[in-house]
Design a protein around this ligand. Structure first.
Ligand code: F0G
Length: 448
């Protein structure tokens, strides 16, 4: 069993209700606009918000800030090789930097890209290359109550339909996202990864794994896929990732770092193309938009992420949080995923239509009631797609404890007790790019 004790503490405070009301209004009912000091429990994202270990802080001090040939890069290269099994690494400032570098090297106008589910920055980067992102979730992925051990899987059936529709020559790239963040953080089986590899071979496409949460995924695989019951987490990770031609990685998730990302591959030609793009958009290929110390901390974090005790504790923490919410009568997506608990806002606020953004209404009420910040991943974040009205409560790694999760469950229960009085919202201003609207759009309550 593994636990953590605190070496450094950070004070957090629940602001008075009046201040929360005012902050919400001033934020245009968009919690991305809230100052963090007005937030008590921040579950907006698990990305770059976790606590680093003492070993990572020590690595920060030893970071090599040389522009070229940094020792910290060597440390990253060996960590990626040993943990993930790839010999060539292009560091980037974070995951979307890696997406820009890799997808820019692989895609052109008119291409079509199947993915089990595109995360929002992935969707935007694919679209930014003039390509069409197509989601291929399995049946049940969008059903918050459906049973299933691998609801994050890639639907080969759907992908074959896409290829039949547009022709294989327009599908040069297939992506699999593990875990499947936009499908409630659900895991993907190694068997499914093997099938996607075969599918990509058949249509002569490059196969990329978005590996942001590869360690959490491996922990699910060990519990749920019989073949791997006796494997170590890193062995499972390598067995899954080796099927991909390349991975895109955000070090802010299972790199346990506050910044960073990379592309990794064994393909010398693809590596070269990514490297050249990285010089243009990120930085010299031995730092890639990060400081040397961040590279060093991420190298240590990657190794910690596949430690048995760490990742077991991580899944148990999420499961316990989901149980607390369920016990408080809050409808949650089941089974819970690896990095977050997703609330079913459609079931929580049944009097609101999708057009009234029940998910965003619930996000606002959680903040108003208890200073809790989550994020909507329903019809506000994904206009014109057929998704359930989910609210994600993402859990920063090694950061919050039982009493915090209890506060969130009590808050959600208090909101549900007065659910009839919760009004819907309308968008009053939005940016030009619809893929990214939830970050900056402003809303107003419908009853005003
Ligand atoms: N791919 C997936 C599956 C992600 O979840 C994210 C980020 C990215 C790529 C981009 O990585 O943030 O380092 O640029 N997800 C965060 C989230 C932001 O809140 O889920 P990034």
């Amino acid at each position: 069993m593994v636990a953590y004790r605190s070496k450094v503490v950070e004070r957090i405070e629940l602001p008075a209700r009046e201040r929360r009301e005012r902050a919400l209004e001033e934020a245009g009912y968009n919690v991305f606009e809230l100052p963090s000091e007005d937030v008590y429990i921040d579950l907006l994202t698990d990305s770059g918000t976790g606590a680093m270990s003492d070993a990572q802080w020590a690595a920060l001090m030893r970071g090599d800030e040389s522009y070229a040939g940094s020792r910290s890069f060597d440390e990253l290269e060996s960590a990626v090789a040993e943990v993930m099994g790839f010999s060539r690494v292009v560091p980037t400032h974070q995951g979307r930097g890696a997406e820009n570098v890799l997808y820019g090297a692989l895609l052109s106008d008119g291409d079509v890209v199947p993915n089990n589910t595109h995360f929002d920055t992935t969707r935007a980067h694919v679209a930014n290359q003039g390509a069409d992102p197509v989601d291929c979730p399995v049946a049940g992925a969008r059903d918050p109550t459906a049973d299933g051990e691998f609801k994050g899987n890639f639907s080969l059936e759907r992908a074959r339909e896409v290829v039949d529709d547009v022709g294989a020559e327009r599908v040069p790239l297939v992506i699999q996202t593990i875990t499947n963040n936009s499908a409630a953080g659900q895991p993907v089986s190694v068997e499914n990864t093997r099938q996607v590899r075969e599918f990509a071979d058949r249509i002569d496409a490059t196969f990329v794994i978005d590996a942001c949460r590869f360690a959490e995924n491996a922990a699910f695989v060990r519990r749920r896929e019989d073949e791997f019951a006796d494997y170590a987490i890193d062995e499972i990770a390598r067995e899954q990732l080796r099927h991909a031609d390349a991975v895109v990685m955000s070090g802010k998730k299972d790199g346990l770092a506050n910044a960073g990302g990379f592309v990794a591959t064994d393909d010398a030609d693809l590596f070269e193309r990514c490297k050249q793009r990285a010089i243009l958009y990120e930085g010299f290929p031995t730092y890639g938009g990060m400081s040397g110390r961040d590279v060093a901390a991420m190298a240590v974090g990657l190794r910690e992420a596949v430690e048995e005790g760490y990742v077991t504790d991580r899944l148990e923490e999420i499961q316990a949080f989901a149980d607390l919410l369920e016990d408080a009568g809050v409808p949650v997506y089941t089974p819970p995923g690896g990095h977050a608990v997703y609330l079913d806002a459609g079931a929580a606020l049944p009097h609101l239509d999708a057009a009234d953004f029940p998910g965003q209404a619930l996000v606002c009420e959680l903040y108003r009631e208890g200073g809790v910040r989550g994020v909507e991943l329903g019809s506000f974040a994904f206009p014109d797609t057929d998704r359930p009205e989910l609210v994600r409560l993402a859990v920063p790694r090694r950061t919050y404890h039982g009493e915090h999760f209890e506060h969130v469950a009590d808050t959600a229960a208090a909101v549900l007790e007065k659910r009839e009085s919760v009004s819907g919202l309308e968008v009053v201003s939005e940016p030009a790019n619809p893929e990214l609207r939830h970050f900056t759009a402003a809303l107003a309550p419908l009853s005003d």
